[in-house]
Design a protein around this ligand. Sequence first.
Ligand code: FE
Ligand code: FE
Ligand code: ZN
Length: 280
Amino acid sequence: MIRIGCHLSPSKGFMRMGQDALSISANTFQFFLRNPRGSKAKDLDKGDTAALMALLREKDMLPIVAHAPYTLNPCAAEARVQEFAAMVMEDDLERMKAFGGNLYNFHPGSHVGQGVEAGIGKTAALLNALLQPDMTTTILIETMAGQGSEIGGTFEQMREIMRRIDLSDKVGVCLDTCHVFAAGYDIVHDLDGVLETFDKQIGLDRLKALHVNDSLFPLGTHKDRHAPIGKGCIGLDALLALVNHPALTKLPMILETPQDDLSGYAREIRLLRGEAVDNL
Ligand code: FE
Ligand code: FE
Ligand code: ZN
């Protein structure tokens, strides 16, 4: 059975996320460690996080994925903005110690006019400053749609970031299906070819998680807009083939689709596991 869940909010506590995930038959999930806009976070409730971890071990729901605030820009031109990203990520990684051995995903940022090369250099430098030899958290760089001046919109750029990282075994990649499709990788008609390119340029052994989303916009449009599973330009058949692909099927998979409530995610999980669901 594939390991799949959705993005959940810790606003009602960490244990509650585990219970919510269980209630929709998820066996992993993703969450923010703080308000997604990147403001100050409350101190973690150690009892709550320990209870969650015990539940996740008992129910075989690991690994889970924490997502850095999406408003951070790790390669910003302005020093103040880049320092803020470094400070928040450092604090998040400290918090991740309560979830030992799990995944922390972030967006590599936008170079905003500095050029791709400068952006890649800054993001890699930030990672090198954050990585510690005794860290048990694996940091994931998310593949991006290449919207605006986003870096990470090509596998070559991902490789360039990874190549500059010293403690490279602490860093992996999270492939977002909507983002790579919008970036121009045709996972609908040529999934094998895309994975072969990924393997050549980054290495499939570096791929540690998937964000499974349909895309509101067509191939190569560089527009990052997620659609519910089966309701976008990627479509259910291609996403089913993807989650069942031998190179991908063992990875933790996270839905980041627009849904009003948990029942929408429960339905998408059943859909992607090939179980019977009500009409689309
Ligand atoms: Fe993301
Ligand atoms: Fe994503
Ligand atoms: Zn996105």
